[in-house]
Write a protein that binds this ligand. Structure first.
Ligand code: G3P
Ligand code: MG
Length: 260
């Protein structure tokens, strides 16, 4: 049913590298992760770039909004220095650069469409179109071979659906809304992606019984990870790629049953 990896490195490398950079993707890979989540928004000139906050100040020094700068200007900004001296000079990457890195290394992508407020439709459309172009010559058409587009923005996902109906979508929510089922159907979404903090076993069962994937963010505690997997959650992303490995939750097949 869930054709994607179960454990996904959040923002590339979780807490071990500056989020949403190529260094983060490399870090995830070094820790054995062949599945990443990252955030995409548009520059002033409509180029998808990989960044979480629409404003500078946290991961990029200074003040300003992503929507007021061209891709050329953004990719000259440092997105690594805030994290540590080892990452000084690590730039804001474009979506194309990150996707190229992931495709080159066979890393599955959960592409979170994270529009700068006011640019929901446009971002959903552009990111979905770009994704479609990247995968149109992929010979493997099985569901797990394609990335998953997710967003908190219903409008962005509607635009993505129009732009690239064949690229799978997930509706991303903090708290599961009462009309979750209608919304998933309206979007033709295959999965509900939700904050594990508000999930209950009852909700998890309802989503699974309705035939959808169920994915959680951001699970950083081993006991909690085991708990939600036992509820039927299909997968989750984690910042603690040092604690929760890519094979977490898998049966250790090499150990004989008598030794378990
Ligand atoms: O895609 C899951 C998760 O990344 C959503 O929250 O704020 O970390 O992008 P955020
Ligand atoms: Mg995200």
């Amino acid at each position: 049913m869930w054709p994607y990896p179960k454990i996904v490195a959040h923002r590339g490398g979780g807490v071990l590298a500056p989020e949403n950079t190529i260094a983060a993707m490399r870090c995830g890979l070094t820790h054995g992760f062949y599945a990443v989540e990252f955030d995409v928004m548009l520059s002033k000139d409509g180029v998808p770039i990989v960044m979480h906050d629409p404003d500078f100040g946290r991961t990029v020094e200074g003040a300003g909004n992503v929507a007021d700068f061209s891709a050329q200007e953004l990719t000259e900004r440092d997105a690594g220095a805030w994290f540590g001296v080892d990452f000084i000079g690590e730039p804001i990457p474009t979506f194309e650069q990150v996707a190229h890195f992931c495709n080159h290394h066979n890393i599955w992508m959960n592409i979170e469409i994270k529009p700068v407020p006011g640019y929901e439709d446009r971002t959903g459309w552009v990111v979905a179109q770009a994704t479609k172009r990247m995968f149109e010559h992929t010979l493997d058409r099985s569901p797990g071979a394609l990335p998953l587009l997710s967003s908190f923005s219903f409008e962005a996902l509607q635009a993505a659906q129009l732009a690239a109906p064949d690229i799978p979508r997930a509706f991303l929510v903090d708290e599961v809304p009462p009309d979750w089922h209608e919304r998933l159907l309206a979007l033709g979404a295959i999965s509900l992606n939700t904050n594990h903090k508000h999930l209950t076993p009852l909700l998890a069962r309802a989503v699974k019984e309705a035939g959808f994937g169920l994915f959680c963010y951001t699970v950083n505690d081993v006991a909690r990870a085991k708990e939600i997997l036992a509820w039927g959650v299909d997968g989750f992303c984690t910042d603690r790629i040092d604690l929760i490995g890519p094979h977490f939750g898998e049966e250790p097949a090499h150990i004989s049953p008598s030794l378990r």
